[in-house]
Every structure is written in C-alpha cells, then in structure tokens.
Design a protein around this ligand. Sequence first.
Ligand code: NAP
Length: 195
Amino acid sequence: MRVGVMGGTFDPIHLGHLAAASEVAHHFDLTSVVFVPAGSPWQKADRQVSPAEDRYLMTVVATATDPRFTVSRADVDRSGPTYTVDTLRDLRAEWGADTELFFITGADALNDILSWRDTDEVQRLAHLVGVTRPGHVLADPGLAPGTVTLLQVPALAISSSDVRARVQAGAPISYLVPPGVESYIAKRGLYRDRA
Ligand code: NAP
C-alpha cells in the first residue's frame, strides 16, 4: 500500500487542497490519501485558529464524495502541540510497516522542516511532498537529495487566508471551497469577525 498523508491546518479546506491531493495521488500512484487536520498548530500560537472540531468537520464534508480520500482524527484527538513525527508514528502503528507513507503539505511549510521536532525520524517515516503554486520560487529546505519532491499545482492559487479574508469582507467563496464547506462556514459564522 502507498498512502498519502495530507497534513494541514485546513482553516478552511479549499478546492486547491483537494486538487493537490488528487495530483499527488496520481503522480505517486497512491492507494488513498488521508487528510490529517492539525490539532493545535503550535507555530500559530499567536494567531487565531478555528476550533479543531470545525476544521475536522469541514475536511470530512469536503472529502466525502471522493472514495480515495479519508480523514483522520489522529492530530485532533492527541493533546498538546501537533508534531508531524507523532502524526506519522500514529499512522505507521495503525497501518503497519508494509505501508509506504507520503507526507504531503505546502512547500512553504516544508521550508521550515529543519526546525520541526525529530526531523530525521520524519524523513525516515515518510517521503515528503511539497505542493506549491505556479510561479512560486521554492527555497531549498536543506534536506538530503531525494528526500522531498516538489510539485506545482495550479489550483493552489486558492489559499485559506484569502478565503477567510473574503468571508470577512462579505465576498463570495463559491467555487473556491466545496458547497458543503461554504454552507458550514455560514452556519457556524466562521471568519466573520476575524481580525
Ligand atoms: P502553514 O504555515 O499554515 O502553511 C504554509 C503554506 O502551505 C500556506 O500557503 C498553506 O496554504 C500551504 N499549505 C498548508 N498545508 C497544505 C496542504 N496540505 N496542501 C497544500 N498547501 C498547504 O502550514 P500548517 O498548516 O501550519 O502546517 C502544514 C503541516 O505541517 C501540518 O500537518 C502541520 O502539523 C505540519 N507542521 C509540523 C511541524 C512540526 O512537526 N514541528 C511544524 C509546522 C508544521 P493554505 O493556508 O491555503 O493551506
């Protein structure tokens, strides 16, 4: 089995994330992709992040129609700050040593990987895939050759921060997020009063 592990804050999940997961699944011939919303993104302690349960539920709604996609509560249910090494250990324990893991996230986030906890073990547990927007200049994260693959995904012109800003400004987000996520954001009143 070859499984993608899509890590992100997903505040909110948008069509760029879904397109990226699909693109990586195709590129690496993955059996499935599990989305893992971060529980407590410790590097965002100074910023307002929506409750983990809201981000988890939006991710479930967004991925429901694609049989290749599932969502894990691993990070949401683990107490304390979210470290990718814990995510990968939990998923490795769940799926066993025969499953090859591909950790997928934004290339910007991967740029900081050398500051992450147990970076060496993260690299042993999974191949790293950084997805990015076209035209974005990629910094060298300083990892050993072959450790990380970088892929450009046109739909990643969409960003969570832009979606949040649009909601706050009363601008439409149709066609940027799945319809169910748009309804969820409206129903819960997310991002309206975000500073
Ligand atoms: P971030 O800094 O909020 O995101 C940086 C950039 O990457 C943004 O442009 C973001 O766009 C994009 N991005 C994030 N996740 C993505 C995804 N799955 N697919 C495509 N683009 C994505 O990053 P973050 O969400 O906090 O962290 C990303 C992952 O790295 C999470 O799984 C997190 O737990 C992990 N992480 C681990 C450590 C650690 O172990 N010490 C430290 C930091 C991050 P959008 O805003 O549009 O998503």
